[in-house]
Design a protein around this ligand. Structure first.
Ligand code: FAD
Ligand code: FES
Length: 303
């Protein structure tokens, strides 16, 4: 198998829009070797972006909560997964849905069409589809939807016989990252079923997305062996999703996040404690290299 080059590559911004209160979608265009490498991206993989030279927004528009930290220089690249990657002719377009949480993501908001950013990737592993599954349940909490939207596109394209059910959870309607996940779909007209929950009840069902998942599983009629759960979101939610899949003997893959200094398995900053199969012993795996996608059974959650 030929090794996929990981760059660094230069990517050109070819689209950028605000999709929610603090959410933006950034489209990056790659050509040449970068286009080839990123055309092979598997949902769940990520990219390390150098945002150190990107300008801050005008000082008066920076929210108070970021005012202090935004002045910090950026030493390290930042990891982002993709909400879609498409290749046409010689170009690959990689789309990133991101939330503004600090200095790097704040700088990212000033990128405009034609700007260039330096990226390394695609990095890490990705979600896999075991044989024989009839239903894929994609469970997202908070900012967890990008890699699951990417996976949803792949399921629609490559696994049309598998029914996709998407469960989206957020604190409130204002925290939903983009219009694609801001309404429910019943599964008609070839759309996947999409179910929504918010903690304050301002959109979809009131409650946690894990409760929505459990209620659905109680009524679904699928045998556990025919289902696979994919999940991405806050760690407390992932821990509960892992618990549900264990209790119900359902296969489950989760996307883990850690602060990542290098993203390529060198610095050890992203270690995650994992169970060894059939043993009480544990080992540390690297989120950037062995993950970010893990079998839910492996992870030892702290919460
Ligand atoms: C594999 C992977 C994929 C990711 N995909 C996306 C994505 O698709 N969209 C998106 O918006 N974000 C994504 N993230 C998170 C993103 O990397 C961080 O939001 C970003 O690095 C923040 O940089 P900053 O300088 O703006 O904020 P910082 O100042 O670096 O962080 C702001 C706050 O967020 C916390 N934080 C930052 N990074 C992480 C992390 N990785 N895990 C837990 N807490 C963190 C910090 O502790 C701090 O409290 C991903 C992270 C990983 C590891
Ligand atoms: S981020 Fe450096 S080893 Fe994972």
């Amino acid at each position: 198998m030929t090794k996929i080059k990981k760059g660094p590559f230069w990517a050109k911004v070819c689209g950028h829009k605000q999709t929610g209160r603090t959410f933006y979608k950034l489209s990056l265009e790659l050509t040449g070797d970068g286009a080839k490498s990123f055309s092979k991206t598997i949902p769940g993989q990520f990219v390390q972006i150098d945002l150190s030279t990107i300008a801050l927004p005008p000082i008066e528009t920076i929210p108070d909560e970021f005012a202090q930290q935004s002045r910090r220089g950026l030493l390290l690249r930042r990891p982002f997964s993709f909400c879609d990657v498409t290749t046409k002719k010689e170009k690959t377009i990689a789309e990133i849905l991101y939330c503004v949480v600090g200095p790097a993501s704040l700088r990212m908001t000033t990128l405009k069409n034609g700007d260039r950013v330096n990226i390394i990737g695609p990095l890490g592993n990705g979600f896999t589809m075991p044989k024989g599954k009839k239903a894929a349940l994609l469970v997202s909490g908070g900012m967890g939807c990008p890699p699951l939207l990417h996976l949803l596109n792949l399921i629609k394209r490559d696994y049309p016989a598998i029914a996709a059910y998407v469960f989206i959870g957020a604190k409130s309607k204002a925290d939903l990252p983009c219009p694609e996940v801001a309404k429910e779909y019943s599964g008609k007209k070839k759309e996947p079923v999409m179910l929504l929950s918010t903690e304050d009840g301002s959109a979809g069902t009131k409650g946690l997305v894990t409760e929505l998942l459990e209620n659905w599983l109680d009524k679904s009629g699928y045998a556990a062996k025919d289902i696979i759960i994919y999940s991405c979101g806050p760690e407390a939610m992932l821990s509960r999703v892992a618990g549900i899949s264990k209790e119900r003997k359902i296969d489950c893959q989760i996307s883990m996040e850690r602060m990542m200094a290098c993203g390529i398995g060198v610095c050890q900053s992203c270690a995650i404690e994992c169970r060894l199969p059939d043993s009480r012993n544990t080992i540390y795996k690297l989120c950037c290299k062995d993950g970010p996608i893990f079998d839910a059974k492996e992870i030892i959650f702290s919460e």
